[in-house]
Structure formats: C-alpha cells, structure tokens
Design a protein. Structure first.
Length: 247
C-alpha cells in the first residue's frame, strides 16, 4: 500500500512531553512492583496464574516506553511471556465484545490458530540468541496490523472483503518486516471497512467494529471511526500496545 501510515499509541503525551516524565517514571515503578509481586507469588507455577484484575490493568494500561523501562530491569524472558499472555487474553475479550479483529466471531478455531501462531512467534523470538536483546526498539511488544497490509505470517490478507477471504500474499509489507526486525510480536490483523473504503468500520465481511467506549447497558453504541476502526479499538481497549492503520 502506498497510503500514508499512522500508528496508534497509548498515552503518547505522557512521554513526548518532558513535563510528564514523572508520570512515566511512576508508571514504571508501579509496573515493576506488580511484576515483582507476581514473580514471588507464582514461583514454580505459571507466571500469571491467579493474576488479579488490578495487576493486569496496571500492565495493560502502560505505554511502550514504560514497558521498555521495565524490561531492562527484570527477568526479560519471563516478563515478555507475561506481557504477551495478558495482552492476548485482553485482545480476545475485546474481539468477542467489540469485533476488533479480522476474524469471524463465529469461528473460535480461528482465534485458537492465531493463539498458536503467537506462541510460535514468541518462542522463536526468545530462543533466537541473536535477537535476544533489549537493544531492539520493540523487543517483545505486541503490535497489531490493519488487514490491508500484506503479510505472510499471519497468512491471510483479506481487506475485510469476500473477494479476498482466502487470499495469502506471497510477500509481506515492509512495515511488518521492520517491526519483526525490531522484535515486535505481531498480533492478529485488525478489522476495517472493506478495502479501507469507509469512515465508521461498519462495512466488513466480519461485521462492524464497536468503540470500546460503547455502553451496552444504555444501548449507546459508538463508532471507532474508520476505516481503521479495528486498530483504534484494540489500542483503546488495551489489547496490543500499538496498532498500525492507513489513511
């Protein structure tokens, strides 16, 4: 795609504005405490076994910069495994409620396939000694990609269209290659208006994407905008730490 790119990041102003450095440092300290507590409590068990909801929220609401700070000061591999696990769990919850991924909600096996792919990608990253370095800008950080960027892993690129429902690209977009080179964990492709032609993310073979700020109790359903609504929703709902869309 020759379209211009934008990346949706969390709490961007917190780390771009120097006067907010205190907020960033406080966030790092808070997350360090959570990881330390989880590590001590869960020795000999799964890192996130019996994880409390508040602990999960602290991790998910942090920025990429905060997570990079954290990874430099803890057991890197254990922290990355935990980070990807809790991010993926949150992404699944978001998708089931707001339909943010380019995956049919009725096909639970497709989610399972993506989960296995993410596990393989994570294992390859951690086992590759050459790549095992926090010098990589996005090492271990989950990032999602809009489904109009060609990819080979994930296999399909559908543009949310019936015409490309089973299309597998022979090459991947440069942006995906570069993200992988920097150690990012690529999450499932995100939902969009078909062929990126829309403004509300309602016209997709996967159905419309809802804004995570929608209120089910009052039937106040909001649009996440478009056509990159899936990318917006997955970040707003604290799934992946960033997501690429197109304009």
């Amino acid at each position: 795609s020759n379209s211009s790119l934008f990346v949706m990041l969390r709490r961007t102003n917190d780390y771009l504005n120097n006067k907010n450095n205190v907020l960033m440092n406080n966030g790092v300290l808070r997350i360090k405490k959570v990881f330390k507590y989880c590590t001590e409590r869960n020795k000999g068990r799964g890192f996130f076994e019996n994880l409390h909801e508040k602990e999960s929220e602290h991790i998910l609401s942090s920025s990429i910069v905060e997570m990079k700070e954290l990874l430099e000061n803890v057991d890197e591999n254990e922290a990355i495994k935990a980070l990807v696990e809790v991010s993926w769990d949150q992404t699944k919850k978001l998708h089931r409620k707001y339909n943010c991924l380019a995956i049919d909600l009725e096909k639970e096996d497709s989610l399972l396939e993506e989960e296995k792919r993410i596990e393989r990608e994570l294992e390859n990253l951690l086992n590759n000694q050459e790549s095992n370095s926090t010098n990589k800008l996005l090492y271990g950080i989950p990032i999602a990609i809009k489904d109009n960027f060609c990819s080979t892993d994930p296999k399909k690129t559908t543009c949310a269209s019936k015409m490309l429902e089973n299309y597998e690209s022979p090459y991947e977009a440069t942006i995906i290659t570069r993200l992988k080179e920097q150690g990012a964990i690529i999450f499932p492709k995100t939902n969009l208006d078909e062929f990126a032609m829309g403004s509300f993310s309602t016209r997709s073979i996967y159905g419309p994407t809802l804004n995570p700020y929608s209120d089910y109790q009052t039937n106040k359903f909001l649009s996440p905008g478009g056509s990159s609504g899936g990318s917006a929703a997955i970040v707003a709902g604290f799934g992946s730490f960033a997501s690429f869309g197109s304009d």
